[in-house]
Ligand binder design. Structure first.
Ligand code: RFL
Ligand code: PHB
Length: 400
C-alpha cells in the first residue's frame, strides 16, 4: 500500500457525508465541507495516477474560479491558468473575435482539468481526511434512518454508513443507478457526431480559443500552454481513434481553420488522442432520500459550450450550502430544494450548449435550410451587440 493518508485502516465505518467519485465535483465538495468541520469519506474507483492524468476540460468559467478561490483551492489555477478575454470564430475565409470583457467585465480561464484535479487531491491529502483510490462503490442504499455504501477494494468488500451520500461519480457511476427507475426521468439528445481531441506539441492556432465551422464539420483550436495545443475535430459518431492517422488529423484541422487572413496551422508531435461522443443528458431528479447527485452523474452536455465542469461546480455550490445549513442550523430547506435549484441552472447550461452545438456543427442530415439559418445566426451575432452580450454572459458563466 501507499504511504499517504488514504490507507484503509484510517477509514471510519461511519461518516457524515459519503462522496462517491474523486472528480472535480466530489473533491471540491469534500474540501468545502472540511472547511466547515463537516466530515466526509471520498471513494474513487480509479487509481490516483489515472485521475491525475485524465485529459478533459479546459475552459473554467468565472463563477467556478470564484468558488475554487474562495475555498483556497485556486492558487495554482490563478498562477498557471491562462486568462482569455474572448474567443475567435473563423468561417468563410475570415476571422472574427468576440470579446467577452466589454460585455461582462469578466473572462474565462484556461486550465487543464487534470491540473485542477491534482490541486484538489493535494488539498484533500493536506486535510488528512479519507480519500480512497482503487475503491469501487458497488451499491448505495439511500433510504432509512441512515444511508449506506458498499465498496470493494483489493482487501475485499466493506460498508460505510453515512448521513448522506453524494453521487459525484460521473456519467457511468453507481449514484444515478441507485435512484429507482420509476422515480427518475431521463431527458436525452444524441448528436450523430463525436469530437476527436488531440494534445500536441505545437503553437496554438490563435492567441485565444478558436471555433471554425466548416462544411466538412467543426474544428476547435484551444491550448494548454504556449507550445501545447489542444484541438478537436468533429468526426462521425462511431469513429474509432485508429481510423485517423496523425497526418490525416493535421490535414483536416489545417483545412477547416484555413483562411486568407491567417497563417497556416503549425503541426507537431501528437502526444495524446481522445474521442468524446456528443450527447446531452439530464436526470429529472438529482435527489432521492439521502442520496444527492452532482456533476456528470446527473447531467452531461456536448463539449461545444465548455459547460460540463462548470455545471458540476454550480451543483456543488448549492449542495454545499444546503449541507452546511443542515449541520449548522438544522435547516433542511436547501436539501429539500436542491434538485429544483440545481436543475434550473443546469438547464441554462444545456440551452447554451445546444445553441453552440447547433450553431457550429455541420450535421450529416443538415438541410440547406439549416445551413442558411446557421449562416444567418452567425451574421446576426457579429452585427448585434445584444447577441454578443448574450453569448458572452453565458460563456463566462451565469451567476450561481
Ligand atoms: P468526473 O470527472 O467524471 O469524475 C467522476 C469520478 O467518479 C469515479 N467513479 C467511481 N468511483 C467509485 N465508485 C464508482 N462506482 C465510480 N464510478 C465512477 C470516476 O472514476 C471519476 O473519477 O465527474 P465530475 O466530477 O462530475 O466532473 C465533470 C467533468 O469531468 C466534465 O463535465 C467535464 O470534463 C466536461 N468538459 C468540459 N467542461 C467544462 O466545463 N469546460 C470544458 O472546457 C470542457 N471540455 C469536457 C471538455 C469533456 C470532454 N470529454 C472528454 C467528454 C472536453 C471534452 C473533450
Ligand atoms: C478545451 O480547451 O479543452 C476546450 C475548448 C473549447 C471547448 C471545449 C473544450 O468548447
Amino acid at each position: 500500500m501507499t504511504s499517504d493518508p488514504t490507507l484503509d485502516d484510517r477509514v471510519p465505518s461511519r461518516t457524515q457525508v459519503a462522496i462517491v467519485g474523486a472528480g472535480p465535483a466530489g473533491l471540491t465538495l469534500g474540501h468545502l465541507l472540511h472547511l466547515q468541520g463537516i466530515g466526509s469519506v471520498i471513494l474513487e474507483r480509479s487509481s490516483r495516477e489515472h485521475v491525475e492524468q485524465r485529459l478533459r476540460a479546459g475552459i473554467i468559467e468565472q463563477p467556478s474560479v470564484d468558488l475554487l478561490v474562495s475555498a483556497g483551492l485556486g492558487d495554482r489555477l490563478l498562477r498557471a491558468g491562462m486568462v482569455h478575454s474572448g474567443f475567435y470564430l473563423r468561417y468563410d475565409d475570415s476571422t472574427h473575435y468576440l470579446d467577452f470583457h466589454p460585455h461582462t467585465g469578466q473572462h474565462a480561464t484556461v486550465y487543464g482539468q487534470h491540473e485542477l484535479v491534482k490541486d484538489l487531491i493535494a488539498a484533500r491529502i493536506g486535510t488528512r481526511r479519507p480519500l480512497l483510490f482503487d475503491t469501487e462503490v458497488t451499491a448505495i442504499s439511500p433510504t432509512g434512518p441512515t444511508a449506506s455504501v458498499r465498496y470493494r477494494t483489493a482487501a475485499g468488500e466493506h460498508t460505510l454508513e453515512a448521513d448522506f451520500v453524494v453521487g459525484a461519480d460521473g456519467f457511468h457511476g453507481a449514484g444515478r443507478a441507485a435512484i429507482p427507475a420509476e422515480v427518475r426521468g431521463e431527458l436525452i439528445r444524441e448528436y450523430p457526431v463525436a469530437w476527436l481531441g488531440i494534445l500536441a506539441e505545437s503553437t496554438p492556432a490563435a492567441p485565444e480559443g478558436m471555433y471554425c465551422p466548416h462544411p466538412n464539420g467543426l474544428s476547435v483550436h484551444s491550448m494548454r500552454g504556449p507550445k501545447l495545443s489542444r484541438q478537436y475535430l468533429q468526426v462521425p459518431a462511431g469513429t474509432e481513434l485508429g481510423d485517423w492517422s496523425d497526418e490525416q488529423i493535421w490535414d483536416e484541422l489545417s483545412l477547416r481553420c484555413s483562411a486568407a487572413d491567417a497563417a497556416p496551422l503549425e503541426t507537431g508531435p501528437i502526444i495524446e488522442r481522445s474521442l468524446a461522443p456528443l450527447r446531452s443528458y439530464v436526470s429529472s431528479t438529482m435527489q432521492y432520500d439521502r442520496l444527492f447527485l452532482a456533476g456528470d452523474a446527473a447531467h452531461i452536455v456536448p463539449p461545444t459550450g465548455a459547460r460540463g465542469l462548470n455545471s458540476a461546480a454550480s451543483d456543488i455550490y448549492y449542495l454545499y450550502h444546503a449541507l452546511v445549513a443542515h449541520y449548522q442550523r438544522g435547516d433542511d430547506r436547501g436539501l429539500d430544494g436542491y434538485s429544483a435549484k440545481a436543475l434550473a441552472r443546469v438547464w441554462k447550461a444545456q440551452r447554451f450548449s445546444w445553441w453552440m452545438t447547433t450553431l457550429l456543427h455541420t450535421f450529416p442530415d443538415s438541410l440547406d435550410y439549416d445551413r442558411q439559418l446557421q449562416q444567418t445566426e452567425l451574421d446576426y451575432l457579429f452585427s448585434s451587440e445584444a447577441a454578443q452580450r448574450s453569448l458572452a454572459e453565458n460563456y463566462v458563466g451565469l451567476p450561481f
